[in-house]
Structure formats: C-alpha cells, structure tokens
Ligand binder design. Structure first.
Ligand SMILES: Cc1ncc(COP(=O)(O)O)c(C=O)c1O
Length: 303
C-alpha cells in the first residue's frame, strides 16, 4: 500500500499513518520544486514504479497551503493523476483552504478532491479548536465509520434516523460546528474574505520590504499569508544559519515582536504568518525595524 504526499507535508500526516498502523514506510514523500510544490512528474514516475514492484497505491495527498511557506500544490494536475490511477485524492487545506475563493487560479482543481481538510481555527478566525474534513461522497464516510452499538439500535432501520456518530470515530461529541456557524453569522463572509485578503497583502508587503533591503533575503514569494526570509550577516565570517537561529532566541528575550523560525532546505529561516485581522502595514514596518536591531545584536554576540 502506498500514499503519496510532498516532502513539505505537515508532520500530522506522518503521525496519522503511524497511529492508524498503516506504516510510515508506506507514506511516500515526493520532492518539491523551487516554489515548494510537489513535482508531479516525479510523483507519476514513482506511482508507475511502485505498481511495477507490486505495491498498491491507494491515495495522493495534495497540500493547499504548506505549513512552512503557504505554497499550494498543482491541485488540478494531482486530481488528474489520482483519477488516472484510481487513487483517493485528499487535499490538506487545513491552513490555506479559506483562501480558495480569493485566488481561484491558485486553487484550481480543488473540487477534484475526494476529501478535504480545513481547520477553521486557523485561517477562518474561529476560536480553538475545530478541524473539519469534508468528503465528496457521504457514503464513503458512513461505510468507514458506521458501527452501531447494541444499546443504540432502536430505530436504526428507519430511513430518517441519521446519526452523526456514523460519520467519524467519536461517538459522543460536542457541537463544534456551532462556533464555525456563529463566526460566519456574526462577521459575515465579506468581513472574513477581506481579512484574508488583508493577510495576503501583509505577507506581500513584508516581501516587498525584504526585496528592497540589504539586511534580509527572501526564501520565496508569498502565495498566501506566510513568508519566510533570512537575515544576512554583514560580517562574512558569521554563519547564516547560526545567526538566524540566534535571532529567534533573541526575539523571545526581547519581547517586542514574536515570530517563529523554521528550517527550509536545511537552512534556518525566519517565518511570519500574517493571520491577524488587526495587522497593518505599520506593524510590518515595526517588525522589520526590530528585526534589524536584533540582527545587529546577534551579529555582535556571534562576532
Ligand atoms: C497544512 C497543515 N496541515 C495540518 C496541520 C495540523 O493542524 P493542527 O495543528 O490544527 O492539528 C497544520 C498545522 O499547522 C498545517 O499547517
């Protein structure tokens, strides 16, 4: 059995494979291109090779907004490959999903998914925590999870009895959908949409600053609200990785701003994710003002 995903996949996919006992060795990680999108040619070659070697490919996972850079895989092409080889097509849109209506070109083919993951507690501004899986064919979900204990058999033969317990692992569960519904009801879709548009603009504004600066270097051009970049040490003998790692720890001590670092192509980078409806250009200006000061401090500490 084989499931395919890009090497930019979130660690929860590895965890899921492991917990379900499917075996981590059956999760095949496919290389990404310079924009951090899955290489579809490599994927198809791998599927063909696996078929030849007697493995059973069962699914492809596309990522609509990677955790590191917010990159969106070529969703339509992945859908075509999934169809060609009769594979289940799942899209991890946990973070990026809410932007699908804003940049239709980028998310082209998202509707081809058999199942789609969206976490409304991420970019849909819903309070923690609510993850949501949408499945195209409801029957598939019921066939997987339908298990009625004896004490709940009353009325199961009636067509109108539709128990949500038959659509997921949990039997008893709270009403998580309420907060998603209330978020839409209270704010309305246009406020949510504008907040997402603003977030993407903020990431691009940060990109513009980095492009014009001498102190920073962009790792990519943001597609969504995430942007990764590096501080470039002025003193040539200072290691770029070391200083970017140092900057993250100094940011925490400094306390004026907060951002996370990550590792991309084995290099330590600085990463911002602008998912905050209150964020304005002046906040991004302030971020880089502080980052320059912290960068200089890191340089003097590492000299
Ligand atoms: C693309 C993607 N998938 C899955 C997850 C896991 O989501 P959670 O942390 O809400 O379980 C994340 C979290 O950052 C993510 O970015």
């Amino acid at each position: 059995m084989r499931v395919y995903v890009s090497d930019e996949a979130h660690s929860s996919i590895d965890k899921g494979m492991d917990i379900l006992g499917l075996g981590l060795e059956n999760l095949v990680k496919i290389q990404t291109d310079k924009c951090f999108k899955i290489k579809t040619k490599v994927l198809e070659e791998k599927i063909k090779k696996d078929l030849k070697n007697g493995y059973s490919p069962i699914g492809i996972i596309g990522i609509a907004g990677t955790t590191n850079t917010g990159s969106v895989d070529p969703l339509n092409k992945l859908g075509e490959i999934a169809k060609k080889y009769k594979l289940w097509y799942m899209i991890d849109a946990a973070y990026g999903g809410p932007a699908a209506k804003i940049n239709k070109k980028l998310f082209y083919g998202i509707e081809k998914a058999d199942s789609l993951l969206i976490n409304p507690h991420k970019w849909f501004f819903v309070p923690f925590e609510v993850a949501c899986v949408m499945v195209k064919n409801k029957k598939n979900l019921k066939n997987t999870f339908n298990l009625v204990p004896e004490y709940l058999t009353g009325g199961v033969e009636k067509n109108e009895r539709e128990d949500l317990m038959n659509y997921s692992i949990q039997l008893s569960k709270d009403f998580k959908a309420l907060k998603v519904w209330m978020t839409i009801k209270v704010y309305g879709t246009s406020i949510l949409k504008n907040a997402i548009i603003n977030d993407i603009q903020m990431a691009n504004y940060a990109y513009g600053i980095v492009m014009r600066s001498k102190e920073f270097y962009p790792i990519h051009k943001p597609e969504l609200s995430i942007f990764c970049f590096q501080y470039i040490p002025r003193k040539k003998h200072i290691n770029k990785n070391l200083i970017n790692k140092k900057i993250i720890s100094l940011i925490e001590k400094d306390g004026r701003i907060f951002l996370a670092g990550t590792i991309i192509n084995k290099e330590n980078v600085l990463r911002i994710n602008c998912t905050n409806h209150r964020r304005k250009k002046k906040d991004i200006d302030f971020l880089f003002l502080v980052l320059k000061q912290i960068g200089e401090k890191a340089e003097s500490l590492l000299s």
